[in-house]
Design a protein around this ligand. Structure first.
Ligand SMILES: O=C(O)CCC(=O)C(=O)O
Ligand SMILES: [Fe+2]
Length: 243
């Protein structure tokens, strides 16, 4: 079976083909986990090409201007490309049981309903009405400072970034970075190379960490190391909307 036929099914089929039990275990242990291919190289190309279609976006962020790092990203309007909408809808129900299990461990409310549509309605009612789906473009020297994509009280605790270029070929550098602040200890860092079309699921804010007395929260941040050469594009899927 070739890569193209394997990927030719609908997005929810590709999402379903992942071993979600294994991904859940990985997320529990590390706060991030790499999926199999979610979109085809051709779809990666189509998404990358959208970057130059300003009508698809509500705003462009110059990362240096905000001291977020260096590079650019664009927020899609709510009129999302079908592929982006389908991915988000197919992934939300997979992440929901993880979000709920983590909330129980951390003794936090779990306000997330069964469907993304209902959750987004709740975000909108709380004033988080803007699309938070982004396309990012990094060139040589660009990087993304360690951060959290929290825009208000309405937070879905897991998000996904999809790599749109081929690492080592289209660009060098540009590893996806995560840090975890450990209680009474120094911070742990990790770097992941995002293969083209694959997704990295990661926690937006923190993960439950087992302690002698139960669970505590391990605060986490994510970012991107400096791109050395070429161009790196990613698609950022967040499950709450922005304020
Ligand atoms: O470009 C990346 O790998 C990460 C982008 C990011 O910050 C995000 O998707 O939230
Ligand atoms: Fe981010």
């Amino acid at each position: 079976m070739t890569e193209t036929t394997r990927l030719s099914g609908p997005v929810d089929g590709r999402v379903a083909r992942n071993d979600w039990a294994a991904l859940t275990a990985e997320l529990d242990a590390h706060g991030h986990a790499l999926t199999g291919p979610l979109i085809t190289p051709a779809q990666c190309g189509e998404l990358t090409a959208l970057y130059d279609r300003p009508d698809r976006f509500r705003t462009t962020v110059d990362m240096a201007r905000h001291r977020f790092g260096s590079g650019q990203y664009r927020y899609f309007t709510h009129d999302l490309p079908d592929l982006v909408r389908d991915l988000r809808e197919a992934i939300y129900p997979r992440l929901l049981p993880i979000a709920r299990a983590w909330a129980v461990k951390l003794r936090r409310p779990a306000p997330w309903p069964d469907t993304l549509t209902d959750w987004l309605r709740m975000c909108h009612e709380a004033g988080q009405t803007k699309s938070a789906q982004i396309l990012l473009r990094y060139g040589p020297g660009d990087w993304n400072a360690l951060h959290r994509d929290v825009f208000g009280d309405m937070i879905f605790p897991l998000q996904v970034v999809i790599g749109l270029n081929v690492p080592g070929t289209d660009f060098t550098g540009g590893e996806f970075l995560m840090t975890e602040q450990r209680p009474r200890a120094q911070t742990r860092g990790s770097a992941t190379i995002l293969p083209q079309g694959h997704g990295l699921v990661f926690t937006t804010r923190d993960r439950p960490v087992a302690t002698k007395r139960g669970w505590s929260n391990g605060p986490m941040r994510h970012g991107v190391s400096t791109v050395r050469s070429g161009r790196r594009h990613t698609l950022g899927l967040v499950f709450h909307d922005a304020a």
